[in-house]
Design a protein around this ligand. Structure first.
Ligand code: NAP
Ligand code: 3JN
Length: 342
């Protein structure tokens, strides 16, 4: 019997994440009878490439979702707030990459390796977590199931591609100018990013943390379905083009040795362990670019507490952190017969 095919809208198709979504759908042979690229009126009429074909971008409007089965959104929080409910009302299941719906109790927040069963209660809009959260929970969940995580202290080293194409261009331009002894202008970030680290991602909140840091705190416990896990985060932008890295310290209820952790993670879905210090082999951002898995290394016991582990977690932020996770959610929806708005 031939597999059912779906009409799929990619909303934000001209952007960094949207482009990766189109590539991921094609690479994974997604069962799409038609792919409809959508963006704002600025890009309507332009073409984008999908599976060797040139597709014409259509303007995203409230009426554009009639007859569409699945809409994969990466057009930012504002457009998502406006258009996702209209799409769901038209019977289209939305998977949204923005923070607009993540903490809404009516919307599942899903990483397929961690909580695919949360898709069962969707009401039309499903949220894709923040990239820094996704790669961390893929590695944390197997440890939590074995040893119960009590507390997580994470510091991130985030690539500029997380901010979009303009930030990629800014890092390139600033690097070129500085190497030629010329002064630089900072437009995307508040300070020079080339040869620098900015302990500031998204805006500051009243509690002294940034929004990016609070996304990691709040999203982690929702996805792992355990409000008792304490998370504290420091998120830092670094002059790397692709691949977010994270230094993660974990305190667990039960003892887990570094060797037990390595063995557990090596057999866990979506994880590749790269932990051979004697060969100078550990996960690195440049190796993660274009890869699907979350890479974990530098696993070692934290000897300052009774049950503690340190590790280094790296993933392609545009792929597993955004486009791939969204497409994987759509694949699970199909597997579970959930491509319908209840
Ligand atoms: P980007 O390169 O700036 O692309 C933005 C896309 O949204 C473009 O296709 C743009 O179309 C479209 N768009 C903007 N306003 C729109 C509107 N009013 N109606 C329809 N389309 C509109 O940004 P990006 O890096 O791809 O990121 C896009 C969004 O994805 C972010 O704002 C964020 O919410 C989310 N994101 C999530 C993660 C994650 O952690 N999971 C990571 C990165 C991004 P035009 O060509 O017409 O301007
Ligand atoms: O900065 C990064 O590395 C990830 C950025 C994600 C992002 C960028 C703009 C708006 C988000 C997000 O997914 O949390 C948003 C948003 O709040 O929707």
């Amino acid at each position: 019997m031939s597999q059912k095919q779906y009409r799929v809208a990619v909303c934000g198709a001209t952007g960094a994440v949207g482009q990766e979504m189109l590539a991921t759908l094609a690479q994974r042979n997604f069962p799409a009878s038609e792919v409809i690229p959508m963006a704002s009126s600025r890009s309507a009429g332009k073409t984008v490439e999908y599976n060797g074909q040139e597709l014409t971008v259509v303007e995203m409007t409230e009426d554009a979702f009639t007859g569409i089965d699945l809409a994969l959104f990466s057009a930012g929080g504002g457009p998502s707030k406006t258009f996702a409910p209209a799409a769901a009302k038209a019977g289209c299941v939305v998977v949204d990459n923005s923070s607009a719906w993540r903490m809404d109790p009516e919307c599942p927040l899903v990483v397929p390796e961690v909580n695919p069963e949360d898709l069962d209660w969707h009401k039309g809009i499903i949220a894709n977590p923040n990239c820094s959260t996704i790669q961390m929970v893929v590695a944390l969940q197997p440890i939590h199931l074995e040893a119960k995580i009590k507390r997580v202290v994470v510091s991130t080293y985030q690539a500029v591609s997380g901010t979009g194409q303009k930030a990629i261009d800014e890092l390139e331009e600033q690097t070129r100018r500085l190497m030629n002894g010329k002064p630089v202008v900072a437009e995307v970030y508040p300070h020079q990013i080339a040869f620098n680290c900015l302990p500031h991602i998204d805006s500051f909140e009243e509690n002294g943390y940034t929004k990016e840091e609070m996304k990691m705190v709040n999203e982690t416990v929702k996805i792992m379905r355990d409000q008792s896990i304490k998370v504290t985060a420091t998120t830092v932008r670094v002059p790397v083009f692709y691949g977010h890295s994270e230094s993660v310290n974990i305190e667990t209820e039960e003892k887990m040795t570094a060797e037990e952790c390595r063995t557990l993670l090596a057999g866990s879905p979506g994880v590749t362990v790269v932990d051979y210090p004697e060969k100078l082999a550990y996960p690195m951002a440049i190796d993660s670019a274009g890869e699907d898995d979350v890479f974990v290394g530098r696993i070692r016991e934290d000897n300052t507490i009774e049950n503690g582990l340190n590790m280094w977690i790296v993933a392609d932020n545009i792929r597993k952190g955004a486009a791939l996770n969204t497409v994987q959610i759509a694949e699970v929806l199909i597997e579970r017969g959930l491509v319908r708005v209840p």
